[in-house]
Design a protein around this ligand. Structure first.
Ligand code: ADP
Length: 493
């Protein structure tokens, strides 16, 4: 039974502006080119959006630069209140935004709704932070002068966002940038531009001045963002996406010594100790693994389970995974949507086949195609006895696959958990407080979930170490990414 009628679906898509948002105006791409947006659950085209040229991208930066000085001088309360109104508007439109997100990204509507509210929370959080940009006043140790320290907006920013969380990855950059007094150019992923275009429309409606936020969509990310990164007027690049592209962007950004924030790939270990509550661990595993169909940089990528509880954990997890309902995200009862595209599905399938060829045992799911189903579905899969040389223990899976390996000692668990170039998040299940503290301190990650399968929260500093990048989004730290420190030495007799 379809919960949402196709005419409702068409309506929410029709309402979204499809052009480039530059200087407060919606316009077509130069030359009028467009690019299709696909529904990954059917492979059908939903609509076309503007396909910006490099000149259009530069026009977006022109618009941002034109109002930077004026925007930086806006009273903080005014910036905060714009964000607050945006928060309220997003919450008021949560249902239609959730459906829109499901259509372009595939996740079930309930998950999209959760993302919309999570995304809105960044607007609320940074509306509160806008008025708390503080400095310091001190007397120099020798008494000869006073030292005034202030924080000022970095300047025009380029914000590049991925397709997996089309709205939240935007608001956690846009929120602090607006609060700090920066202007910006946003480039969403070409697979999921509609959520960002809808957000731009909302920010415009709630009174964000023209030119503060500019959005362009494009078939070619590098051709359009390249000239902006090379442009000396740009002062900051914030990127969420793959480590590979992040490295490339950092190399480019070094030319102009841009301030850079990088939220890159992850390979989260999920460690279950012998003293854990196994049912709670399975519950947490379902969230850490299956949120967003596993297409999250925070997704549990590998499960390290103490040998004494591995069978119980594996069996319970397989039961839960096997009971999930695949389908179009807008249909009733669906708990797992498709992957974003055929490429992604192919990558997940290769990783599962590699693990099985090396001896992993498939407990549920598997790499076979689901016959007669359009869209890019991959079944929730649990693999046991996964050998250490399986590629999916080292690489980011970005799909609904849970590989389970066992360990015997706490030291072994920590060594296994840290055996990765990534360092975004780790999940730990134990009821022993001493052990929990020891393990948290030894994990090489930016975040840890203790007896908890979800760490994301607008009030928390989200970010990684090692090849997962640097910079923090959210929390009191999040706004610092958009502020520069200035110090004035003041003569005092
Ligand atoms: P994913 O693997 O999640 O698709 P990507 O790193 O490929 O991650 O994409 C994340 C974002 O980065 C998207 O908006 C994409 O268009 C953009 N992107 C990809 N390649 C480049 C590039 N060479 N230069 C600038 N942006 C890029």
């Amino acid at each position: 039974m379809s919960t949402i009628s196709s005419s409702t679906e068409q309506d929410v898509v029709a309402k979204v502006p499809k052009g480039l948002f530059i200087g407060g105006e919606w316009r077509d791409a130069t030359g009028g080119a467009t690019l299709p947006v696909e529904d990954p659950s059917t492979g059908d085209s939903l609509c076309e959006v503007a396909d910006a040229t490099p000149e259009d991208a530069t026009a977006a930066l022109d618009a941002a630069c034109a109002v930077q000085a004026e925007w930086a001088a806006t009273p903080p309360r005014e910036r905060g209140e714009i964000l607050r109104r945006a928060y309220e508007a997003v919450v008021a439109r949560a249902e239609e935004l959730a459906l829109l997100m499901t259509l372009e990204m595939g996740k079930p509507v309930a998950e999209s709704r959760a993302e919309v509210l999570y995304a809105a929370d960044f607007l609320r959080w940074f509306s509160e932070e806008a008025v708390r940009i503080e400095g310091r006043w001190a007397t120099a140790p020798n008494g000869g002068m006073r030292m005034l320290t202030m924080r000022q907006p970095v300047g025009p920013c380029l914000l590049i966002t991925p397709w997996n969380f089309p709205l939240a990855m935007g608001t956690r950059k846009i929120g602090p940038a607006v609060a700090a007094g920066c202007t910006m150019v946003v480039k969403p992923a070409k697979q999921t531009p509609l959520s960002m275009l809808a957000l731009a429309q909302i920010l415009d409606e709630v009174g964000l001045p023209d030119g503060v936020l500019n959005v362009f969509t494009s078939r070619s990310a590098s051709k359009t963002t390249g000239p902006l990164i090379d442009d000396p007027r740009l002062r900051k690049l914030s990127f969420t996406g793959s480590t590979e592209v992040g490295r490339q962007l950092m190399r480019q950004a070094s030319e102009n010594l841009l301030r850079v924030s990088m939220e890159l790939g992850g390979n989260a270990p999920f460690v279950v100790f012998e003293d854990a509550d196994v049912d709670a661990a399975v519950e947490g595993a379902m969230v850490a693994k299956m949120r967003n169909v596993g297409e999250a940089c925070t997704a549990a990528n590998r499960f390290h389970v103490h040998a004494s509880v591995a069978d119980a954990f594996t069996q319970k997890l397989a039961e839960r995974m096997g009971g999930l309902q695949l389908g179009r995200g807008s249909e009733d009862g669906v708990t797992v949507g498709p992957l974003i595209d055929d490429d992604q599905r192919g990558k997940v399938r290769d990783l599962v086949e590699d693990a099985m060829a090396k001896g992993a045992r498939c407990v549920v799911g598997g790499p076979e195609r689901i016959p007669g189903v359009p869209g890019y579905f991959f079944p929730p899969t649990v693999l046991a006895d996964v050998p250490t040389d399986a590629r999916l223990l080292a690489e980011e899976i970005f799909g609904p696959v849970a590989p389970i390996a066992t360990f015997e000692t706490e030291d072994d668990a920590i060594v296994a958990a840290n055996r990765t170039e990534f360092g975004l998040v780790a999940y730990v299940y134990t009821r022993d407080l001493d052990r929990a503290i020891r393990v948290i301190e030894r994990l090489e990650t930016g975040m840890v979930g203790l007896n908890q399968g979800l760490v994301s929260n607008a009030a928390a500093p989200f970010g990684g170490v090692k090849q997962s990048g640097f910079g923090r989004e959210g929390g009191v730290e999040g706004i610092d990414e958009y502020l520069s420190i200035k110090y004035a030495a003041i003569r005092a007799e």
